[in-house]
Design a protein around this ligand. Structure first.
Ligand code: HIS
Length: 376
């Protein structure tokens, strides 16, 4: 046995204690309150599920990054890498989904077996909200407004949500009539912001001039709302234009919330999750290179679990958010709770315990201390 191991946690997981733990819980409490203010109800799903819930067709984390294990019956189980498929599965089995939209929110940990050299944690805390049965742009806009509201509530001020629409890229691809391999390559190049690579790949494809140019421009199509006008001029593809209109509409609705300045657009934004079918977004701030929020619309995912329903949602990475707050010196002030220390000896033990019981009943925090036994 390697005794050294008893003192450590494995790579990619860690302890959270003392002030950090109190602050983390306070942040979660604030966010949960905002979720509730928008009418979302809490839901809990299991930490592990059948492998099928996260299989390739679902379009979530790749299989090699899943923590897999077996139960006694020989089923393959997986520690959830992503809440969204679990919530989709649960929504289908627990809610009627044919009436009013269902608004669900959750908090918990996700587990991704990524390679450790990236320095990323393998266990991460997420709080998220999923809105099921609503395909409107009003729903998209309200989800974005909620993100802004949640982040402001934690004390963060300097952040941006970058919003894309997967149909823009998909429409161009459709026009190009290229195979999955080309899509895979392009996605990789665009995600890595390898603009020369994109140009090189596209040049070899003999595409019509308009389409070729649209692909060339794709990695540069990010910025404020002006970028949408520019994007619209690049293509005559109706699906691509509808995607832009959708973003314009969302932007108009966000103005009603007064939150439009927190939003920018990025039509080259792609996600490694393939379940997205409409807007996708990521929120960024100083102090962490990773997004603090990720989300989007996934109208085909629920069908995979047995009932078709439109849906959109997001997850806030609590760990990244905490890191950003701390690096930006934004105080997370946990209210001090008064603590009453009651010392006793064998002689007055009964009185002390009765007093502690009564004080706790009144909601006071009491530390009982037997004198002469402080040390271990
Ligand atoms: N589950 C996604 C975020 C999301 C929630 N709903 C839709 N998207 C993620 O972890 O990136």
């Amino acid at each position: 046995m390697d005794m050294e191991r008893i003192f450590h946690t494995p790579e990619g997981v860690r302890d959270i204690c003392q002030e950090e733990c109190r602050q983390k819980l306070l942040i979660q409490k604030k966010i949960r309150r905002i979720f509730h203010l928008y009418g979302f109800q809490d839901i809990e799903t299991p930490t592990f599920e059948f492998f099928e819930v996260f299989s390739r067709e679902v379009g979530t984390t790749p299989s090699k990054e899943l923590y897999k294990f077996f139960d006694r019956e020989g089923n393959t189980l997986v520690l959830r890498p992503d809440f969204t498929p679990s919530i989709a599965r649960c929504a289908v089995s627990c809610f009627p989904l044919n009436m009013e939209p269902v608004r669900l929110c959750y908090a918990g940990n996700t587990f991704v077996n990524n390679s450790s050299f990236q320095g990323r944690m393998k266990e991460a805390t997420q709080m998220g909200a999923e809105r099921i049965g609503d395909s409107s742009s009003d729903a998209d806009a309200e989800m974005l407004a909620m993100v802004v509201n949640c982040l402001l509530e934690t004390g963060l001020r300097d952040f941006q949500i970058s919003v894309g629409e997967v149909n823009f890229f998909k429409a161009l691809l459709e026009d190009a009539k290229k195979d999955d391999e080309m899509e895979r390559k392009l996605r990789e190049l665009i995600s890595n912001k390898n603009n020369f690579g994109v140009e090189e790949l596209i040049r070899g494809q003999n595409l019509p001039k308009e389409l070729e140019n649209a692909f060339f421009q794709l990695p540069y199509l990010f910025g404020d709302a002006e970028i949408l006008k520019k994007a619209k001029k690049l293509t005559s593809n109706q699906r691509a234009i509808r995607a832009i209109h959708r973003l314009e509409e969302i932007y108009e609705i966000l103005k009603c919330y007064g939150y439009e300045n927190y939003v920018t657009f990025d039509l080259g934004m792609l996600s490694k999750y393939r379940y997205y079918t409409g807007i996708i977004f990521q929120a960024y701030t100083y102090g962490t290179g990773e997004p603090i929020v990720k989300g989007g619309r996934y109208d085909n995912l629920l069908e995979h679990f047995g009932k078709a329903a439109a849906a959109s949602g997001f997850g806030i990475s609590i760990d990244q958010l905490m890191l950003a707050l701390s690096r930006q010196n934004i105080p997370v002030t946990v209210p001090e709770e008064e603590e009453i220390i009651l010392s006793y000896t064998i002689e007055n033990r009964r009185d002390a315990i009765v007093q502690a019981v009564n004080l706790r009943r009144e909601g006071k925090r009491v530390i009982l201390k037997k004198l002469g036994e402080e040390g271990i």
